[in-house]
Design a protein around this ligand. Structure first.
Ligand code: IFM
Length: 500
């Protein structure tokens, strides 16, 4: 089955494929024109509820798995929590004004499920819906298009206590929750994303336990992955039944796997890791089936009795947009098959995979290699190998060790260079025919970086955490110019230094 790509909406935002090589408004030279993005290209920035909102017990919000996890000693760097975060719950008007100052055309944010259903089920908490309605109206008043994500990792704790994503019922609960939010906001939000990065929720949440809820069990991880997908499909169906006039999709995080050498064993291992990391969700959604080689690997660690007839059709329901989160690629080799080796918790079934350090690349403060060509290759792969669907880069960005100088300025040339390189890669992909509609920098603001707490700063906007003062970093000023000219100038920013 392939995903049909009908236009489900009357909105013009995502209905026109970008004109290739279209000159940017204001492009003055041929070199500038060559680096222009299509007219109406959607420049944005993103955040997620738990990472920025704070207000953890305001207005009837319930507890999520991230409240529990972050308050558990040893789970998060420095014992940091999202209790206050960057206080966006109370400062959203100021933050939206900053978005308008940057010229953002769109803002990607998530709704906190436990604000809407404190226990994960039952009627909506009106205060929660009202908050997001106020946020959305504020965005619209500033001409910033809201891109709403329904689930960015903050499962209500009550649902985790009942079994969490490994339990099939959670998919039904998610669809109910999605419908409550949609009923309230479908008249003013046109772009809807069901899930953000289901791989992280499933395999880091229930496999390695690096993220909430911190479970280490590959059996549960495999079940969670399927039920996240099922929840996505059920939500798409529920939303379409309420109002088919908006654009619905999902965001996946891609970490393409490259073989460390031409050795057939390395090539085969890279294919398997790629399957367990990327194709497991991508094929289920766009091709309507889990890949056979992925199912074979999963069966090495668990039975597949949780897969039911009809599930694949629900998961493979047509979508209008695929969100692409890209940070880097993995270099993979086949290790020796050690007898009795511990299961690879994040890649169940591929326990002899070895992740080879990429010494020759600059690195960010998260120690991630900087690899813009990987974005180009990924976009081309999606374009060439999968049924056509409009794409948006819904996350790309980098953490660096930013600080405010004595004049209160934040100079972050490495972030400018990072973004410049990735924007150029995206521009090349568009020129090669990829239907890329938008690009969201991660992140709008410095924020709670999950297990790393506040130690890693991804923002275009610096936040002084004790005072909550916001300062536009140099990268924010640079990004404002990119948006204003709808493209890049002819001079690539110098590459970040090796070693970040
Ligand atoms: O901060 C996260 C985000 O929540 C999900 N994608 C990756 C980002 C950087 O780690």
């Amino acid at each position: 089955m392939t995903a049909a790509r009908e236009d489900h909406t009357s909105t013009t935002l995502l209905t026109e494929a970008p004109a290739v090589h279209a000159p940017a408004a204001g492009a003055e030279t041929e070199a500038d024109a060559a680096l222009a993005f299509p007219p109406k290209f959607i420049w944005g920035a993103g955040t997620a509820a738990y990472q920025i909102e704070g207000g953890a017990s305001d207005d009837g919000r319930g507890a999520s798995i991230w409240d529990t996890f972050s308050r558990t000693p040893g789970r998060v760097h420095n014992g940091d929590t999202g209790d206050r975060a960057v206080d966006h719950y109370h400062r959203y008007e100021q933050d939206v004004a900053l978005m308008a100052q940057l010229g953002l055309r769109a803002y990607r944010f998530s709704v906190a499920w436990p604000r809407i259903q404190p226990d994960g089920r039952g009627p909506a908490n009106q205060h929660g819906l009202d908050y997001y309605r106020r946020l959305v109206d504020c965005l619209l008043d500033h001409d910033v298009e809201p891109w709403l994500t329904l689930y960015h990792w903050d499962l209500p704790q009550a649902l985790q206590d009942a079994g969490g994503w490994p339990r099939r019922d959670t998919a039904e609960r998610f669809a109910d929750y999605a419908a409550l939010v949609y009923e309230a906001l479908h008249d003013r939000v046109r772009i809807w994303t069901t899930m953000n990065e289901p791989w992280c929720s499933a395999f880091l949440g229930y496999g390695s336990g690096r993220l909430a809820p911190g479970v280490q069990d590959p059996h549960q991880a495999v079940r969670a992955a399927h039920h996240l997908m099922l929840g996505h499909g059920r939500a798409i169906a529920a939303l379409r039944a309420i109002d088919a006039g908006n654009q619905l999709g999902i965001t996946l995080d891609f970490n393409p796997a490259m073989p460390a050498s031409g050795d057939p064993a390395d090539v085969e291992m890279a294919t398997r890791v790629d399957g367990l990391r990327n194709r497991i969700f991508l094929d289920a959604i766009l091709r309507g089936a889990y890949p056979a080689d992925v199912l074979r690997d999963l069966e090495r660690v668990t039975d597949l009795s949780h897969l039911r007839d009809g599930d694949q059709a629900v998961i493979g329901m047509p979508i209008d947009l695929l969100g692409v989160n890209y940070y880097n690629r993995a270099l993979v080799a086949a290790g020796p098959a050690a007898a009795g080796a511990a299961p690879m918790l994040e890649f169940p079934g591929a326990e002899t995979a070895v992740f080879v350090p990429q010494e020759n690349r600059p690195r960010t403060a998260r120690d991630w290699p900087v690899d813009p060509d990987g974005l180009y290759d990924l976009l081309l792969r999606l374009h060439r190998e999968y049924p056509p669907v409009p794409l948006a880069v819904t996350e790309n960005g980098a953490a660096f060790n930013d600080y405010a100088d004595p004049e209160g300025q934040v100079h972050d040339p490495d972030r400018i260079s990072f973004l410049d390189g990735h924007f150029r890669a995206a521009q090349r992909a568009i020129a090669a025919g990829v239907d890329l509609r938008g690009y969201f920098v991660w992140s709008l603001l410095d924020n709670f970086e999950w297990e790393e707490g506040y130690s890693k700063r991804f923002g275009l906007i610096y936040v002084d955490y004790p005072t909550q003062q916001r300062v536009l970093k140099d990268s924010a000023h640079w990004y404002r110019q990119v948006i204003a000219r709808n493209g890049l100038d002819g001079h690539p920013a110098p590459a970040p230094a090796l070693g970040g």
